[in-house]
Ligand binder design. Structure first.
Ligand code: 13P
Ligand code: SF4
Length: 399
């Protein structure tokens, strides 16, 4: 038998719940509109800038990325006997005249070892520069494959080893050379500028290679010379540089699955809880996240901003590996990871690059011990890709 009182009570609760959910929805809508308004005020139209056209050249992007995600979780420093692995690596580095070049996103144990052994930690531009200038015969590149390839292109006479050759990057994966070749052919008369996060083959087709630290400066420079641009592969970084430069930029359609997860609504909520915090954002993030930033820049530029700022708290929208160096460089300051939302509703990186995290002391030791995992590239590709990469380094020196 139905109890009419209970039934009425239940339906009132249900109605209240629905009203409450509707109210929350409305609140989220207002918050999103506010962020969009802020984007517009800063000249960041959410879809594209005055000139940049987002093409639909890469519809299978998500499927491709899912196919290449590492299946097993990488072993981090917690699972390994760091002291004995580090001691063995140190001896071999001397014996083999080798040096470690690590990116900020790698395991802190690797970053620490690079520091202790006269190696290097930096953003992708600085890694390339260090590799080209350092006299060591062997470069151990702890990062993702395009970083190892860049080192090989700039120093073909050196041996370049990587802890794991399957450490990819969603941007590199999302820009297949054959497809990109067709894209260039379909859009003649444009200067081809590619991000460093691409394969050697894609670089070999480019007029310029850039990293996030100089992308805006270079596009401004080319725009001032009256050049129209093809930009690949990161659509968010491409859109950002197009807005900053006012250039005519045609965009390839891929993204970094780690940075694309940062969520503007969640970050602005975080900011409410930490009103004094400065927001540091890598430009591979979406326009609405960039609109919330106090500083936008490459990993090294964000680190420098944290060091130079008087603020005591920072909300950081880039991969979590950077926290090791930020904390070390800024004792007493607080770094808060920016909030994320799973990419495409499926892939959940939570600001950890699955490929960067494939590097650990164990596979680094194996690479230096055995000489396996060497980067090998065809001479023809090296010859062609060296041209836009050398241009990038020269541009940096002059600007
Ligand atoms: P940086 O050049 O800023 O280090 O960026 C490299 C990268 O892969 C960011 O995701
Ligand atoms: Fe590529 Fe993004 Fe990983 Fe950087 S963080 S290596 S851009 S997937």
């Amino acid at each position: 038998m139905k109890n009419p009182k209970l039934h009425k009570f239940k339906s009132v609760v249900c109605e209240k719940q629905v009203l409450w959910l509707k109210f929350l929805d409305q609140l989220r809508y207002w918050q999103k509109s506010w962020i969009e308004l802020k984007c517009n005020c800063r000249g960041a139209r959410l879809n594209s800038c005055k000139y940049s056209r987002r093409t639909n050249v890469n519809q299978n992007f998500q499927k491709k990325i899912e196919k290449h995600l590492p299946v097993t979780a990488a072993k981090g420093s917690k699972d390994l006997d760091n002291a004995s692995l580090s001691a063995e690596i140190k001896k071999l580095l001397i014996k083999k005249n080798a040096v470690i070049i690590a990116h900020y996103y790698t395991d802190p144990a690797i970053q620490q070892l690079a520091e202790e052994t006269g190696g290097f930690i930096g953003d992708s531009l600085e890694m390339a520069r260090f590799g080209a200038e350092n006299p060591a015969r062997t470069l151990i590149v702890a990062g993702v494959r395009f970083m190892g390839e860049t080192a090989k292109i700039l120093c073909p006479q050196k041996t370049v080893l990587m802890p794991d050759l399957k450490a990819e990057c969603s941007l590199d994966l999302g820009c297949e050379p054959a497809e990109f070749k067709k894209f260039i052919a379909a859009n003649p008369g444009r200067t081809v500028v590619v991000y460093a996060n691409t394969s050697a083959e894609v670089k070999a087709m480019a007029d310029w290679v850039v990293t996030s630290s100089i992308a805006v400066d270079l596009i401004k420079h080319l725009t001032a010379r009256g050049e129209k641009i093809i930009w690949a592969p990161d659509r968010y970084l491409g859109d950002y540089i197009a807005r900053q430069s006012g250039g005519d930029v045609l965009l390839w359609d891929a993204c970094c699955i780690v940075h694309a997860e940062f969520d503007a609504v969640k970050i602005s909520n975080l900011k409410k809880r930490h009103p004094q915090a400065q927001v540091l954002v890598h430009p591979e993030s979406k326009a609405d996240v960039i609109a919330l930033a106090d500083v936008v820049g490459s990993t090294s530029q964000l680190l420098k901003a944290a060091q130079q700022s008087n603020a005591k708290e920072f909300i950081v929208a880039t991969e979590t590996g950077i926290f090791y160096k930020m904390q070390q460089a800024c004792p007493g300051k607080k770094f808060i990871a920016a909030a994320t939302e799973p990419f495409g509703g499926k892939v959940d990186c939570a600001a950890n690059c699955p490929w960067m995290k494939m590097n650990n002391l164990e596979n680094l030791l194996a690479a230096i011990k055995t000489g396996n995992n060497e980067i090998k590239l065809a001479d023809e590709v090296i010859k062609k890709a060296m041209v836009p990469l050398t241009r990038m380094l020269e541009f940096r020196k002059k600007n």
